[in-house]
Design a protein around this ligand. Sequence first.
Ligand code: NAG
Ligand code: NAG
Ligand code: NAG
Length: 345
Amino acid sequence: MKRCLLLCFLCVLPLCLFNGWSTSLRVNPSAVSSSRNVTVLLWHYPFNRSASLKGDMCWDLYRIPHCRLVDQRSMFSSADVVVFHNRELIQRRQKLPTYWPRPQGQRWAWMSLEAPNHNGNLHQFANIFNMTMTYRRDADITVPYGELLPKEDEELLGEDNLQEKTSLVCWVVSNYRRHHKRSKVYTELNAIVPVKVYGRWTKTPLASSALLPTISRCYFYLAFENALSKDYITEKLWRNAYQGGAVPVVLGAPLSDYKAVAPPHSFIHVDEFASVREMAKYLQELAEDKKRYAEYLTWKQHWKVKLYADWRERLCKICPQFNSLPQHKVYSDLEAWVDAKNTSA
Ligand SMILES: *[C@@H]1O[C@H](CO)[C@@H](O)[C@H](O)[C@H]1NC(C)=O
Ligand SMILES: *[C@@H]1O[C@H](CO)[C@@H](O)[C@H](O)[C@H]1NC(C)=O
Ligand SMILES: *[C@@H]1O[C@H](CO)[C@@H](O)[C@H](O)[C@H]1NC(C)=O
């Protein structure tokens, strides 16, 4: 009986892995670029950090063809897309060029990687933008903090050495706020099982070179987001947990959002448990059962982590999708779009 169950499980698992969540990662096949260059004008640099756009940059760095990324405002009249990063607009360091007639067919893109509560008042931007660029799956151009890509056959699987794990649960936190849900879950969890905490809050900051090696010594990593917003899944999952080699315990976006972008059995969502006590018990049991624990790392046989850190790569992503953008679209109420609750699956 047991063997039969195991066999069934082994047969069904690959089906889940390759059908369910991964379909959402496929690129739109109709996004075939024409031979003409798409010109993307970045109106101002995010956080005032400029970067070189010399040569055929999108091709040279990211193998994205027919894409011309420019930062000279004199190119305004010939730009297909003009991109505005929200932060500088709401801080009033930069202004929209509403004083210039907008060329026929030109699209203005609103770009932000912040959770809704950090985007400021967006009512002022009603009826201005034609496109959104955010981490959300329903943005016109989705620019996530990271994603998983299928692994090529020849890539070797790094061994996770479970012997070197010394802490059950670890957390890195700089911006601790008592009212955050994540702080409440942490406090409750820490009362049941020890949670090793690093970061500015406990005055034990980790140098960036020490971050992943430290996390690798933990069975579980609390990839707790500071906002519980639709699709808001940051490098805490992709980099800290997945690349660090600890199993992520996640809190933030709803479980269905995580399921859409991460393989089953690669993370543990706080909402999967009726109580923090039950979750604590589950974590303890897993850490004691090496075989069951290792099942949470098998996704690495098929997937590798891709992080997005360079704004240029995000901007180059516009070009392959340019031809599949709607012919006409206006965000008549950007604020409402940004604040959207999780209504779409
Ligand atoms: C942006 O950076 C440039 C040079 O690096 C500086 O001259 C300029 O004042 C900065 N602008 C803002 C708004 O911080
Ligand atoms: C497209 O843009 C790239 C990068 O600026 C440039 O090198 C290339 O010559 C352009 N191609 C066409 C057909 O305009
Ligand atoms: C972009 O938005 C502007 C302002 O609402 C609108 O006039 C224009 O038709 C839109 N363009 C496209 C291509 O959707």
